[in-house]
Design a protein around this ligand. Structure first.
Ligand SMILES: Cc1cc2nc3c(=O)[nH]c(=O)nc-3n(C[C@H](O)[C@H](O)[C@H](O)COP(=O)(O)O)c2cc1C
Length: 325
């Protein structure tokens, strides 16, 4: 199986995000039309050691396909072991995270920390490709710093060691999340005649209109949406609408509450009440963006420690704000 054979002509993807792209949220995004899904990043060291909470992050349902499990690390043995374990989960392919900029990851040469040592990036990627009989993709950034953006060469070298898809976030490691994503180099990778694997662009896509504009301007094979999808799985339907030449759909309070409750219940079923209560807190402003005078409800949602109360507040919001927005 080759990745490009199971992708649609243009792919809309939910960008991998730690503690966000959980199975239940991915399933909700799927309902709204997302084409490609990735797990949260999973430490290869932790997977190789059999840490239960890390192994749990490999859970997924059939309906989520095509789905990639994303691993990160810097140690050849654990990267290979983690890739083998991920492959046993029967995911469609393995994605290597060579993009995470946070100190505790990049500082150890994992994630985008590897962009200081392209030779090692190439070596480790090749070892992962060789260790499994399912495809491998990578997600990375433009480079390490402003004066070091080797992504065009990196993409070629990834392709040459057998990587079948590359996703590029248009920032450098040192930029973290600051400034604006620069898509011009993503376009250069896509237009490089040496490249024949799919190239996905990523960074700052926050509306269906911007998705369509960037798709047309840079000609990428897919676009990954991250932060703008948090509490807003509806963005994928809106993207699909525009891609099909239709007007973007609007989503009323009932649909938003239903998605939010499904998300809450899914997290509870997966990891228990406490995990659900705490992890949902970062999603409410997404689900209810645009509601006038929502703040007092949000404060209650993010301060209560009772699962039942969260459900009650959500029902109250539904009764109070019964208009389209
Ligand atoms: C909370 C959060 C967690 C993230 N976790 C991951 C991760 O596990 N793996 C990964 O490749 N990128 C991760 N990212 C980066 C996103 O996938 C994406 O590349 C980045 O947010 C830029 O896209 P956006 O502007 O659409 O959000 C994370 C980003 C955020 C905000």
């Amino acid at each position: 199986m080759e990745i490009k054979n199971i992708l649609p002509e243009f792919s809309l993807g939910l960008s991998p995000m730690e503690a966000v792209t959980t199975p239940c949220f991915r399933q909700i995004c799927k309902k709204y039309g997302v084409d490609v899904l990735f797990s949260e990043f999973i430490s290869s060291d932790a997977l190789a050691r059999g840490i239960e909470s890390s192994c749990k992050k490999m859970d997924f349902k059939e309906e989520e396909r095509p789905l990639a499990i994303q691993i990160f690390g810097n140690n050849e043995t654990s990267l290979r072991e983690a890739a083998e374990l991920a492959a046993q989960s029967s995911c469609d392919w393995i994605d290597i995270n060579w993009g995470c900029p946070v100190k505790k990851v990049a500082g150890k040469g994992c994630g985008s920390g590897i962009l200081n040592d392209i030779g090692k990036m190439e070596y480790l990627t090749k070892k992962v490709v060789e260790s499994v009989n399912i495809p491998v993709s990578v997600k990375t950034r433009l480079g390490y710093s402003d004066d070091n953006k080797p992504i065009v060469e990196v993409a070629e070298r990834m392709q040459d060691v057998g990587v079948q898809l590359i996703s590029i976030h248009g920032r450098t490691r040192n930029q973290m999340y600051k400034g604006e994503a620069d898509w011009t180099l993503i376009g250069e990778v896509k237009n490089n005649p040496r490249m024949n694997i799919p190239v996905f662009g990523n960074g700052d896509i926050d509306s269906a209109e911007k998705m369509l504009e960037y798709k047309n301007r840079y000609g990428v094979d897919g676009i990954l949406i991250g932060r703008a999808a948090m509490g807003n799985p509806f963005i994928f339907r809106q993207c699909k609408d525009l891609l099909e030449g239709k007007q973007a759909s609007l989503f009323g309070i009932k649909e938003r509450i239903d998605a939010c409750k499904e998300h809450l219940r899914g997290l509870r079923d997966w990891r228990g009440d406490r995990y659900a209560i705490l992890e949902m807190r970062k999603f409410y402003s997404g689900y209810f963006r645009g509601l006038n005078n929502f703040k007092p409800y949000r404060i209650r949602l993010v301060t209560t420690n009772s699962y039942e109360e969260v459900e009650e507040i959500l029902s109250l919001i539904e009764q109070t704000f019964d208009y389209e927005f």
